[in-house]
Ligand binder design. Structure first.
Ligand code: ARG
Length: 245
């Protein structure tokens, strides 16, 4: 008897440790993001190491609605879907565009933000005025992004970086002709780099969604309900004003 209680206790302890080890427990909701994508997710705050942004505020509200505490896991953008499907994170909030390819491996929430790709070039560059002008240009992108996928359809000279910052750096150093990136982060990079300009071409609209593992209908319903409530009670618009203007 004594022994079996000890056994039970140690099994219990082991599972607690196991859960703590991967950052998961019943009252914690783990969101995965790539915090190099202002204003949706970036590292900042007073301490300079806090992960903040539009998506993070959405995720906080979702956790609150689910009665859980939010934990943020920051990782490379191209690792997010793998981490989600390995159970390391519960959902993705990372300005992720809903695409049919991604829908084959994850389930997306209702679209929560409309974006588009834009081109960033050095101010003196007047050579890009249409999508056709992208042909054969040296394009810098973020690895695994929709910009990355699109760039490859226009040119064979595509260099992919783990972050948009690095892509912009490469442009400033004249190592590439242009950066293809999402509109809002592009504007945010532009604000910090007056030597660059943005060129808007006729790209299709993209819609961001939050992603959960396939078949996680309960969490997906919570997420969609939170989004709906935030849109109807003005919280969503308040976040747009806070982060996009
Ligand atoms: N919207 C683009 C995509 O889904 C880029 C997203 C990048 N997000 C980020 N947090 N770095 O591929």
């Amino acid at each position: 008897m004594k022994q079996s209680i000890a056994g039970l206790v140690s099994v219990g302890l082991a599972s607690v440790l196991l859960l703590a080890g991967c950052g998961k427990s019943d009252d914690v909701l783990v969101v995965g993001t790539n915090a190099t994508f202002p204003p949706f997710e970036y590292v900042g705050g007073v301490s300079g190491d806090e992960i903040q942004g539009f998506d993070i505020d959405l995720a906080k509200q979702i956790a609150k609605d689910a009665g859980k505490t939010l934990k943020v896991e920051n990782m490379n953008f191209d690792s997010l879907i793998v981490a989600l499907n390995a159970g390391k994170i519960d959902f993705i909030a990372s300005g992720m565009t809903i695409t049919p390819e991604r829908q084959a491996s994850v389930d997306f929430s209702a679209p929560y933000y409309e974006a588009t790709q834009v081109v960033l070039v050095n101010k003196d560059n007047t050579s890009i005025n249409s999508i056709d002008d992208l042909k054969g240009k040296h394009i810098a992108v973020q690895l695994g992004s929709t910009g990355d996928i699109m760039a490859k359809t226009y040119s064979q000279k595509v260099t992919a970086f783990n972050t948009g910052f690095e892509a912009v750096m490469e442009l400033k150093n004249n190592k590439v002709d242009l950066v293809l990136f999402d509109s809002e982060p592009a504007i945010s990079f532009l604000n910090k780099n007056p030597q660059l300009k943005m060129v808007e071409l006729e790209f299709d609209a993209e819609f961001y969604g939050l992603a959960v593992p396939k078949g996680q209908t309960e969490l997906l319903t919570t997420i969609n309900n939170s989004l709906k409530t935030m849109k109807s009670n003005g919280e969503y618009d308040a976040l747009v004003t806070k982060y996009m203007k």
